[in-house]
Design a protein around this ligand. Structure first.
Ligand code: IPE
Ligand code: IPE
Ligand code: MG
Length: 252
């Protein structure tokens, strides 16, 4: 029996964010080159995108390449960029067919021109889609994003578009690269590392964090279902007490 049957369909997280980690170790454990792991990670991406789409998840953010990943050996970076272009080209028809809309966050201008073009094409070709929003975090880091936001806010203050007194949490949210998306309720990291690695620091303020030992190339729908069930068994208190939450529940 699939774990899917244990998911409460009325409490699916609207936004799931995933740190897809462990490709390199997965490959090296089999005596293979790290890139072998990245190639196998694509099958997991396909499966998880499909899984989220079937469950009716609204937004899926995938951390595919961080600002810090530019410092990896050149061979790996080039290989990853080639894989990105190849994958996007291959997957766009499937995204279109499945009503999935592609977005990207990060310093996209840092990407090689071919990757940038493929990405832009995928974004443009799926713009009318109304199903799952697939957000690729590429050349992304949260501190980069926050610095960009502060810079834009400062410019708008200088130009008189807003005044410092007007700045509130809503303003900050609007200047982030995720301004069009709700905050993730569930963040998953694969491969047994317990850290955030510069991912959505602001947006994850109240997300439920789920860590699994499974390496990304082994992560499939059943693993996703397990994470969602775990999420559904948690009490999200947002600073309140358990009693307050239960009281609110009985009133409704
Ligand atoms: C995640 O897997 C993919 C990227 C960061 C691009 P890693 O490449 O980090 O794999 P490990 O963590 O070294 O095993
Ligand atoms: C985080 O993984 C970035 C992505 C999954 C794209 P890393 O493997 O780069 O993170 P660290 O270095 O273990 O923190
Ligand atoms: Mg890693």
């Amino acid at each position: 029996m699939s774990l899917k049957e244990h998911i409460q369909t009325d409490r699916i997280p609207q936004h799931i964010a995933i740190i897809m980690d462990g490709n390199g170790r997965w490959a090296q454990e089999q005596g293979q080159d790290r890139l072998f792991g990245h190639y196998h990670g694509v099958a997991s991406v396909r499966d998880i995108v499909e899984g989220c789409s079937e469950l009716g998840v609204g937004y899926l953010t995938l951390y595919a390449f961080s600002t810090e990943n530019w410092d990896r050996p050149e061979k790996e970076v080039t290989g990853l960029m080639e894989l990105l272009v190849e994958t996007i080209r291959k997957e766009v028809p499937i995204l279109k067919k499945n009503n999935i809309r592609m977005h990207a966050i990060g310093a996209i201008t840092m990407l090689p021109p071919k990757a940038r073009m493929a990405l832009q094409e995928a974004i443009d070709m799926t713009v009318e889609n109304t199903g799952l929003n697939l957000i690729m975090a590429l050349s992304y880091s949260s501190r980069w994003e926050l610095v960009e936001a502060v810079r834009k806010i400062a410019q708008d203050v200088r130009e008189g578009v807003i005044s410092p007194e007007q700045i509130d949490q809503e303003t900050v949210q609007q200047y982030l690269s995720t301004s069009q998306f709700p905050d993730p309720e569930l963040m998953i990291r694969t491969s047994g590392e317990y850290r955030i690695s510069n991912f959505l620091l602001y947006q994850l303020a109240y997300a439920e964090l789920y860590f699994t030992q499974t390496r990304w190339p082994d992560f499939r729908k059943e693993n996703l279902y397990e994470a969602i069930i775990d999420y559904q068994n948690r009490e999200r208190r947002f600073g309140k007490t358990s009693a307050q939450l239960n009281e609110a529940l009985t009133k409704n």
